[in-house]
Design a protein around this ligand. Structure first.
Ligand code: PDD
Length: 275
């Protein structure tokens, strides 16, 4: 496995980062995950723009525009040019003696790797999820590497043999530990607005666009935990998750077997066609 580190491509064993890197010490970094399908990265521009945006929000100075060329070099070295794969990009503030404030004249650490990845068949998934209080900070719009909250919440889902953990803040569903969540009620698709309480997923944006082109009504407002029993359908979205149908939320059963709802099915079919 090859790793891109600050302009060099090296075997992963040789990709070494200082213990004083602020990514390691503070989780002070931004990351992206995208997938190459049928020879091109799915919504590459949108992913790179979100990366640019995240770096700007935390004032890490790095020119994202150099990445496409570097990504091509990495894929070639990894023998993944045009192959189905997942690309991980992480940019941290860089190495400096430990201090909380941003050090002056610091050089960011840029790390990327690509691994072969064939996306799971989304139509096979009928997910059970748990719900938990969203105890994360209130800048979830930043795709930062400090993911301990998300990791803790996801681990709980695994303990319960569930696929994901959906979070709620002040009684309103926000998103899941590594995906966005949608609900369908009376043929209207609901999802939390893209404010500071959720990551605005690229798949989330694609799904909203698909709803528009399929004439499915959308309402970007949160669903309350008190409305759970009035929900007809629910699904998760994400780069790897794609659109995963939810069959059970805590004790509440939405459907049994593989009888997922018609709107979820329609959106899954439409998403597949984009690839
Ligand atoms: N996770 N919300 C959170 C908290 C996420 O971490 C992700 C993505 C999403 C969905 O975003 P997108 O559709 O752009 O993938 C929503 C990535 C895949 C990860 O951390 O591995």
């Amino acid at each position: 496995e090859k790793v891109y580190l600050n302009g060099s491509i090296v075997p992963h064993q040789d990709a070494k980062i200082s213990v004083f890197d602020r990514g390691f010490i503070f989780g002070d970094g931004i990351y992206e995950v995208m997938v190459q399908i049928n020879g091109s990265f799915f919504y590459k521009e949108a992913h790179l723009n979100r990366l640019k945006d995240g770096l700007q929000k935390v004032n890490i100075k790095f020119d994202v525009d150099i990445l496409p060329k570097e990504i091509s070099k990495l894929l070639e070295a990894s023998e993944l040019t045009n192959k189905d794969c997942m690309l991980y990009i992480q940019i941290t503030r860089g190495v400096a003696p430990r201090q909380h404030s941003y050090p002056a004249d610091i050089l960011p650490t840029v790390m990327m790797y690509a691994i072969p990845k064939v996306l799971p068949d989304i139509n096979e998934i009928d997910a059970k999820v748990i719900t938990r209080d969203d105890f994360r900070w209130s800048r979830c719009d930043i795709k930062m590497t400090s993911l301990l909250g998300n990791v803790m919440l996801n681990e709980e889902a695994m303990q319960y043999d569930c696929y994901e953990t959906i979070m709620h803040r002040n009684g309103l569903y926000t998103e899941a530990s590594h995906s966005n969540v949608f609900f369908v009620k009376d043929n209207v698709v609901y999802t939390h607005p893209a404010d500071e309480y959720i990551l605005n997923g690229i798949t989330r944006i694609i799904v909203l666009d698909l709803c528009k082109s399929l004439n499915i009504e959308i309402n970007e407002s949160p669903i309350s935990i008190d409305d759970l029993t009035t929900i007809d359908e629910a699904f998760l979205t994400g780069t790897i998750t794609q659109i995963a149908s939810i069959k059970q939320i805590d004790e509440h059963i939405l459907y049994t077997g593989n009888k997922k709802g018609p709107i979820t099915r329609k959106l899954q079919e439409a998403l597949l066609k984009l690839k």
